[in-house]
Design a protein around this ligand. Sequence first.
Ligand code: ADP
Length: 450
Amino acid sequence: MKNQSIKRKIIILYTGCISVILLVVLIGMIFYIKNVETNAAEEELQGKVNAFYGKIKIKGDEYTIPDEIEFYNDGVIISVYGEDGTPVTGSIPSQFPIQTELKDDVYQEIETEDHSWLLYDKAYDYGNGKVLWIRAVSNVYGFERIAGRATAAVGVSFVVMILLIAGVGYHMLSIALNPVDTICREAGAISKGEDLSRRLTVPKARDEMYRLTVEFNQMFDRLEESFEAEKQFSSDVSHELRTPLAVIRSQCEYLLEECRTEEEAKEIQVIMNQADKMIQLITQLLTISRCERGGEYFQMQEFDFGFMVNMVADTLEETAEQKQIRIITEVEEGLILCGEETLLMRMMMNLVENAIYYGRNGGFIKIRIWKEDQIIRGSVKDDGVGISKENLNKIWQRFYREDKSRSNTTNGTGLGLSMVKWIVQLHRGKIEVFSEKGVGSEFIFYIPIS
Ligand code: ADP
């Protein structure tokens, strides 16, 4: 029940409640009808017994039963018994258990194999303490059969009613909750497409859905504002830091030329390395923030994507050799793509550099590029350390690094993959990662040709 949709939950609860209420009402009705029928049958038996006794002639302490008296009247059979319970006259229905005890002014229901009997006995004192018993018996089979049929009919109508109530309820709920589906779909499209400038369609009717949509849109406004502010901030900070860093670096170069001892040179080199690292970081941040602002900052041109990939592989071959990693390329020829060449080169560099850095000594890197349905597809695969399942989604976040302890020992900034993602998205493409800890990783991307 917990994970069911609201629609299902409401339908289950509402149909359940109505079923219980309906069941109670229908059972109540059956009991009421049965009660009324039984009372009527009992009254009839009592009336017949009294009427029968009224026809008996009493003289002193003797009685005479007239010949014309009827022992069978309208489904009721009358029999007369003496004081000791011995039958005197009258009829007894076949299959009726004759030994049934006489009980004064009491209704009894007797069940035999095939029948159900209702009987009423009355002891009359007809003079000098002498007693005459009169018994009226009726076969309640007819009534039981009617009651049985009524119960079956009620059962069938109960099922039909419940199905009808559930069906109509589901239909009405679907209409009422349709706007919620629309809101979910549109909000999902906004968050998946990561286009925060889009808004939900506001319904015309000013009901709860209208308020919900307006609230959502206001939330998107605030989110967009804060994202914009964050982008602006990182872009401004990067710009502001670029010039002083360039000055630090050129001053270091100058000092390096001027220094006299090896010790001094080493110290200056440390400062220069750190400045280089910061320049790299700032360049990456600026690239990301330009990508986020869209294509107008870049010059999209046609170029040979395969040729560029081969160039990246050649450039990084030497670095790979330091770890005895073999770079294997399978690149289709003549893959012309319209895009920003320097950015796509940066993307390939980042992927292959990562594959080397996180690759296994003596392992391999396989780069495959091919075309399918006007889409360039690429794969960079290594047999290195791999990424654990729970971190697979996080690697695209800025400054995320799986092994925090390596942060200070490598040239990495934790920005490489977020930049890769932005570059792919800028080219209306997609990138995915498949990885297993200790086995290796594969990054697969898709970029439309134009
Ligand atoms: P950096 O490499 O500078 O740490 P990235 O953004 O390029 O930053 O990568 C983020 C994290 O993703 C890395 O710290 C690493 O944990 C993981 N990663 C990226 N590429 C690979 C790879 N080929 N194999 C294993 N882990 C990888």
